[in-house]
Design a protein around this ligand. Structure first.
Ligand code: ZN
Length: 287
């Protein structure tokens, strides 16, 4: 199946609530750039739509998102898209760290920051896998409602990389657990994520959509500008607690790791692809 922008992301309206759904279920909603820019199109339109008060981000199928696309037929890392997150040059044709930083600051870090600042409440509705790049999407949302079958992991230390590009780990789960999460690469269950304060609620899989929409509809009764200010207030407080500066500083370490991998090994991902990373995640046997 081809990955046109019209197919990889779906938008549905339910009154004042909009549901944006990642639609690559055959690849556990692995995020290629086509999906990233389709999400950005959807979010931009909904931000401008006065009738929309709350946005729910969902994943079609059994899993929210298995992460960035590092191995599907629709992988499009060498494709140019018009830049939106910052003014910089295109990554295509730029060798080494030049191209990698150009791409990742736009498609990964920049887009997540852009979406975090969208002036309407965003709720991640998470089931199944929420892995690596999947975490970045969920963390960029304001609230996370998780089903009891969901699980969370950032296994990229297996690649020698100190966490995904949007390095919010110490802020969303605390430094102690951030280290365990990264060092072990193991999965945290939804219940454990709840005890760490990383998600707002855990509900049964059958009730995930209804519980999420009930909360979204409740939020949608509040004044739009008040919601925007409340969101900015908490985001500003989070940034004063070091989130923004911390992510910037770790982005450099992340790219040292990519460069080291490329310098001493076969490629910037230390020879890993989606299959080897999935196998590495299974080996630990953790839930
Ligand atoms: Zn990276």
């Amino acid at each position: 199946m081809s990955d046109s922008a019209a197919e990889v992301v779906l938008t549905e309206r339910r009154g004042a609530v909009a549901i944006v759904t990642m639609n690559r279920p055959e690849y556990r909603n692995a995020q290629n750039s086509a999906m990233t820019y389709a999400l950005d199109d959807a979010f931009s339109a909904l931000a401008a739509d006065e009738a929309v008060k709350v946005i729910v981000l969902a994943g079609e199928g059994d899993h929210f998102s298995a992460g960035h696309d590092i191995g599907t037929p629709g992988r499009d890392v060498d494709v140019s898209f018009p830049r939106r997150a910052s003014i910089w040059w295109d990554h295509v044709g730029r060798p080494g760290a030049d191209g990698r930083i150009a791409r990742e600051q736009e498609v990964y870090l920049g887009m997540c920051r852009r979406w975090r600042e969208l002036p309407k409440p965003m709720i991640a509705m998470v089931q199944g896998a929420c892995i690596a790049g999947g975490l970045m999407l969920a963390w960029s949302c304001d609230l996370i409602i998780a089903s009891d079958d969901s699980f969370f992991a950032d296994p990229v230390v297996q690649m020698g990389i100190p966490g995904v590009e949007y390095f919010a780990h110490p802020w969303v789960m605390g430094p102690r657990f951030a280290k365990e999460f990264l060092f072990s690469g193991q999965r945290f269950s939804a219940e454990r994520a709840l005890t760490l304060g990383m998600v707002n609620r855990v509900v049964s899989r059958a009730e995930l959509e209804s519980e999420t929409l009930t909360l979204a509809e409740r939020i949608a009764t509040m004044p739009q500008f008040g919601l925007a200010l409340a969101k900015m207030a908490v985001n500003q407080a989070e940034d004063l607690m070091g989130l923004r500066a911390g992510i910037d500083s770790v982005f450099g370490l992340h790219h040292v790791a990519h460069a080291h991998n490329a310098e001493v090994g076969s490629d910037h991902l230390a020879g890993h692809d989606a299959r080897t990373m999935r196998d590495a995640g299974k080996k630990d046997g953790a839930t």
